[in-house]
Ligand binder design. Structure first.
Ligand code: CDP
Ligand code: MG
Length: 719
């Protein structure tokens, strides 16, 4: 059975950490309270509540404020409300709160709407890519940092916001970093023009730009006729790196909100684990069978892994005697539909132990009550960019010490807890102190497009909090040029560049949509891009590998994964439409879920892809792109893929390995690909994933001559 006590994974070194002990008791709980009263009680007992007046005062007196506070102290949910009641929306201004993660934006907005006793989308709302829950009356708006950047394209002064709170700044996502740079100049511009109506002279081409860090006047056109008020900026962070932000904002005032942290026992394994998923499973059951009451939070790296662990937990549970089966699992990852995400905040059924299977999102972005045990394999999925090859990949990498501390801290929010680190203590000593900001390890093409669209042409001169690698900038400029988005002078091209900057997608996906509209296959490309935008459409549980492969064969196309995904989407659509003729919408959706299960298709992912599809369809319609179908002519479609993913083209080598043409990197087709066995000569791929090997995923067979014809700038035949 799974819980073998002699297993090395169960032998932990015990090592107490000294954490601050706050002796205050938790909020009084009792059945005499209604949910609303209980929530108000909880609000009052949060550490931040005692400094409400002071925070409002400080926000009033400082243009920029840095607030640092432990996770769970109440920053994200409370501060916007304090500011709202403190009068910061008085003139119709909106308090914008940015989050690096979609799940956090959605879940926090729901919570705050409930705390305020209003319907979501009214006073309190959220907006994330592909989902806008705000209205004209929204005054507290949670959103992703990426979304606010997109808003800046339409309104460079972000004039509707009176306050912008950049939350989770310590995460240092690439969007947060770009946003900080932008907000710095927006703030200066707005103070400069405060209470003056902006007019004419911007059109005279008078350049303010560089010397005083305000926005280029040509950008202020959308603000003509408007009266701008100063912008209040608040940067919130969970870790003690306030000085970085404070220094960046010219010595801005930094405040520390005291948190509440009980001691957490840290346990390490004696030996390194070869399979952390298996080690996590064993530890979950060890906790369940041997430890006292309390919920468990397990950190995993992604949707696929979470779903597989969830299945395995249930399988092993069934092998336990009946009395020991009271354990329920709750997954949380960013593409999980929001009503499912919310379940994680609900208490488990009476007598059950709750096991939360989470990605990095539970590290600081969302605070889940009731956690007493944390299981930390010490790994995280991260974007890694190799500037030499120009290729970005998603790699499973070791966490930093700061991340490990954040994770263990989740166990000590409401009382003493335990953290099971699935690696030896000697390993911890080798971790980096803190995580490298994403801007230093990601492909910058999309960011550069956005900055260019904002009129910021000099990327190397942009006031980043930390400058990205110069080679990475040059690489990204090169690939944007090859995709037709930039001119030789690195200016945005009128058509392709402008359109690509408007689409909320990676440049190659945008290129595919634009080219598809010219080649009359946009209907197909919309579907494929939506399916590529979500994680793992197929699932292949270890114990049913053969069955799942057989199911995949019903959809698979000899031309590759893109066409296979198209087949799945169309088949599911057909099934749903037919079902709707005789069933209610709910029943039809339910039947679709069953259909998915029978076909080993991940219904959550498919649903997400449908949502993404309807959103990008709206985007391309607004841009006036022609949506036509190529019918059965899949050659046209594959040519279109070749003409847009040519930077990801690879040729088979005599030993069956592939060489990426643009970089010379040697890679293998991932076993999940329908082309894994047939191995065509020339292919394009969607993503590079590195574990022990370099795998490429989502492959399509193409003809080398198409590359030469459609991307002569890369593959033109030499005379
Ligand atoms: O931002 P910070 O980490 O400082 O805390 P927060 O997200 O504002 O959360 C404050 C408290 O609200 C947490 O301790 C949770 O117990 C509670 N909360 C909740 O119950 N449900 C949510 N969806 C969000 C927060
Ligand atoms: Mg927070």
């Amino acid at each position: 059975m799974a819980t073998n006590n002699n297993h090395p994974q169960n032998n932990y070194n015990n090592n107490n950490t000294k954490n601050n002990i706050d002796q205050q008791n938790q909020a009084a709980k009792g059945d005499i309270f209604t949910r609303r009263q209980r929530i108000q009680q909880q609000r009052k007992s949060l550490p931040i509540a005692s400094v409400e007046k002071r925070l409002v005062e400080e926000a009033r007196n400082n243009d920029t404020l840095i607030i640092v506070g432990e996770t769970g102290s109440g920053k994200t949910t409370q501060l916007p409300q304090y500011l709202f009641y403190g009068g910061f929306c008085r003139d119709g201004g909106v308090i914008g709160v940015t989050q690096p993660r979609r799940v956090a934006a959605v879940s926090v907005a729901k919570r705050v709407a409930e705390e305020c006793g209003v319907a979501l989308g009214q006073k309190v709302g959220y907006a994330i890519r592909f989902d806008d829950m705000t209205s004209a009356s929204t005054r507290i708006k949670y959103m992703t940092d990426g979304l606010l950047l997109r808003e800046a394209l339409l309104d460079p002064c972000l004039s509707k916001y009176s306050v912008i709170i950049v939350d989770e700044a310590h995460e240092r996502t690439v969007h947060t970093d770009v946003l900080l740079g932008l907000l710095k100049s927006v703030q200066k511009t707005r103070s400069r023009y405060a209470n003056k109506v902006i007019n004419g002279h911007a059109q005279n081409g008078l350049l303010l730009g560089a010397e005083n860090d305000t926005l280029h006047t040509s950008l202020l056109k959308p603000c003509h006729g408007k009266k701008l008020s100063p912008l209040k900026l608040i940067i919130m962070s969970a870790s003690l790196d306030a000085w970085v932000f404070s220094e960046y904002f010219g010595g801005a005032r930094a405040l520390h909100v005291q948190g509440r942290q009980y001691p957490v026992d840290i346990l390490y394994t004696h030996q390194p684990e070869s399979d952390y998923v298996d080690a996590a499973l064993i530890t979950i059951f060890q906790i369940h069978l041997e430890e006292s009451h309390g919920d468990v939070l397990v950190f995993l790296t992604g949707q696929e892994e979470i779903e597989s662990v969830e299945r395995l937990v249930h399988e092993r549970l069934r092998q336990l005697p009946e009395g020991y089966q009271k354990l329920s699992t709750f997954p949380i990852f960013s593409s999980l539909p929001s009503e499912k995400q919310m379940k994680v905040f609900m208490p488990a059924p009476a007598g059950f132990r709750k096991v939360i299977l989470a990605t990095n999102i539970a590290e600081t972005s969302v605070t889940i009550p009731g956690i007493k045990y944390v299981v930390d394999p010490g790994v995280v999925k991260a974007r890694i960019y190799d500037a030499d090859t120009g290729i970005e990949s998603l790699d499973i990498v070791k966490t930093s010490k700061a991340q490990a501390l954040q994770r263990s801290g989740r166990a000590g929010r409401e009382g003493p807890g335990k953290c099971f680190r699935l690696y030896p203590e000697s390993e911890f000593a080798k971790f980096e102190d803190s995580t490298t900001p994403e801007i230093k390890r990601c492909d910058l093409s999309h960011v550069i497009l956005q900055l260019k669209a904002l009129g910021i042409d000099d990327i190397t001169g942009f006031d980043f909090i930390e400058k990205p690698n110069r080679t990475a900038i040059i690489r990204s400029l090169e690939s944007l040029f090859l995709l037709g988005a930039l001119t030789e002078e690195s200016k945005l091209t009128d058509l392709v560049g402008q359109q690509m900057a408007r689409l909320p997608l990676e440049p190659m996906y945008s290129k595919a949509l634009i080219l598809a509209s010219q080649l009359n296959c946009l209907e197909e490309m919309l579907i494929v891009v939506s399916m590529l935008s979500v994680e793992s459409i197929f699932y292949a549980p270890r114990e049913k590998l053969e069955e799942s492969r057989a199911a995949l064969r019903c959809f698979s196309s000899p031309e590759g994964d893109h066409l296979t995904l198209l087949n799945v989407y169309r088949a599911s659509n057909e099934f749903l439409e037919k079902n709707k003729l005789t069933n209610s919408k709910e029943k039809a959706e339910k039947n679709l879920r069953k259909w998915c299960k029978d076909n080993f298709i991940n219904s959550r992912s498919l649903r997400h892809a449908r949502d993404v599809h309807s959103q990008i369809q709206r985007n391309v319609e607004q841009m006036g792109l022609r949506i036509a179908s190529c019918g059965d002519d899949m050659l046209v479609f594959r040519r279109c893929l070749a003409g847009s993913f040519f930077l990801n083209a690879a040729l088979k080598q005599p030993d069956g390995i592939y060489r990426i043409l643009s970089s010379g990197l040697m890679v293998q087709i991932h076993p999940s690909s329908v082309l894994f066995r047939s191995k065509p000569e020339c292919i394009i791929f969607d993503k590079l994933v590195r574990t022990n090997n370099s795998y490429i995923r989502n492959i399509c067979r193409v003809d080398y001559l198409w590359l030469a014809e459609l991307a002569p700038q890369c593959y033109g035949l030499q005379e």
